[in-house]
Design a protein around this ligand. Structure first.
Ligand code: NAD
Length: 435
């Protein structure tokens, strides 16, 4: 099938590459000329396992093309997928300017009947607004479709190729048939394509992300209580997870969720609910708890070393908002490090993938090291932010020798508190019963 993807960010690029992989003839358009140049050379601007190979192979096979000519790209596809950004406005609502700009481009360049798909995460009613924008500019018939994307950064290719489900909001049979044809290769093991009305598809994405974020905030509050009453959150989690109605996924406390999706999508859900006349107390609490959680590791560090860190060196392991990605958008590492610097500390940080993004934020205010042990040489504390695999079983004796003070504040509960005590560390995890 001839497919156009507008936007070559996380979602657009993965979508374009994975659709090309199953034989579609895909054109991916972006207004960022430098990005398109790099993509043509199969240089991937983000770290995402498996993506570079897919992009290289499918370009070489002639099934995947990158262009800055959005008009030409729109003329190409029978299906035109909108996958541009939807950042949040000051009031939390989604900024739809990129999506509506693409809608107008589609309206100007529609040359045959097409199915227009909103894949960007957009509030209820946006597909209708996109339809209206296009309709103002063309007489060609077209169908709208909402197809929110559920991929996880770090596992994006796998998630697209083997989705738990595909959600498709449609209002016409031709759109339904085309989407069924497009997605059938990815659901051969029986996972469902869930067809529904367009508003329900749009809301499903927000509800799903808010539920995942809620589980994290819920466990962060349970962990807080564990610390206060001497319980171990990992035991509590085990007991909860054995209940099949609850399950074990997304029940890990940590330094607060980040990334480009959960924070903005929960805010946008709150804004949508308010606009609809609701008082969304529960949705709001998800973000309130998360904002507080993002300050926890700094509070712990100050409690361990004192408010003035002028003479202190702090090692930080992990900068990305989660393992498997180089993305630092809304990462809890940013407020932590800003807080440490404001308290006078010198900070040495390690991350296997996110250093280039961290340099953009901190410049030379932070020393970046290529070896995690260099981050703790002479350090007064180590703070662990990201659950990267190489941090899981380090050489504790070597760490103990390198550090000036043996303080470890572990935002990911990577280690066993009793063993850490045995190694001579002052160790605190999240919710491990620290008074
Ligand atoms: N990142 C994720 O993990 C994820 C997962 C699911 C859904 N989403 C949603 O998908 C959407 C895209 O997210 P992303 O992370 O890929 O965004 P992104 O910011 O990484 O990429 C957006 C791209 O669109 C391009 N663009 C902007 N305006 C354009 C225009 N008029 N024409 C052509 N290109 C244009 C930008 O140059 C950029 O390359 C968002 O709505 C997001 O919420 C993201």
């Amino acid at each position: 099938m001839r497919v156009t993807v507008v936007g070559s960010g996380y979602v657009g690029l993965v979508t374009a590459a994975c659709l090309a992989e199953t034989g579609n003839d895909v054109v991916c358009a972006d207004v960022d000329a430098a990005k398109v140049d790099r993509l043509r050379r199969a240089e991937i601007p983000i770290f995402e396992p498996g993506l570079e190979e897919l992009v290289r192979e499918n370009q070489a096979e002639g099934r995947l093309h990158f262009t800055t000519d959005v008009a030409e790209a729109i003329r190409h596809g029978k299906v035109v997928i909108i996958a541009v950004g939807t950042p949040h406005e000051q009031d939390g609502s989604a900024d739809l300017s990129q999506v509506l700009a693409v809608a107008r481009e589609i309206g100007r360049h529609l040359n045959e009947p097409k199915v227009v798909v909103t894949k960007s995460t957009v509030p209820v009613g946006t597909s209708e607004r996109v339809r209206e924008e296009i309709r103002k500019l063309t007489d060609h018939p077209f169908s709208m479709c909402s197809n929110p994307e559920f991929l996880k950064q770090g596992e994006a290719v796998n998630d697209f190729m083997k989705p738990d489900r595909v959600v498709v909001g449609v209002a016409s049979d031709d759109a339904r048939d085309l989407m069924l044809e497009l997605y059938s290769p990815y659901v051969r093991t029986g996972n469902p394509i869930l067809f529904m009305d367009i508003p329900s598809a749009e809301l499903t994405k927000y509800a799903a992300n808010a539920m995942l974020a809620a589980r994290i905030s819920f466990m962060n509050q349970v962990a807080d209580l564990c610390d206060r009453v001497g319980a171990d959150v990992l035991e509590v989690r085990r007991g909860m997870a054995a209940d099949r109605r609850i399950g074990g996924a997304f029940l890990f406390p940590g330094p607060g969720y980040g990334g480009s999706c959960f924070p903005k999508d929960v805010k946008a859900l709150v804004a949508t609910a308010r606009q609809a006349g609701m008082t969304p107390e529960l949705f709001e609490a998800i973000e309130t708890v998360n904002a507080r959680q993002k300050g926890l590791l700094l509070r712990r560090t100050l409690a361990a070393l004192g408010e003035n860190l002028a003479a202190c060196a702090i090692g930080v392991w992990g900068l990305a908002f989660k393992a498997g990605t180089d993305d630092m958008r809304e990462s809890p590492a940013t407020p932590l490090i800003e807080g440490l610097l404001a308290a006078g500390a010198s900070v040495r940080a390690h991350d296997p993938k996110a250093e280039h993004n961290a340099r953009r934020i901190f410049g030379d205010r932070v020393a970046f090291v290529g070896d995690p042990y260099d981050a703790i040489d002479g350090a007064d504390a180590l703070v662990i932010l990201t659950e990267w695999l190489p941090y899981r079983t380090p050489d504790f004796d070597r760490m103990r020798q390198l550090m000036r003070r043996p303080v470890i504040i572990d935002g990911r509960n990577l280690y066993d508190p009793a063993r850490m005590l045995g190694y001579g560390f002052e160790y605190s995890g999240i919710g491990r019963g620290r008074a």
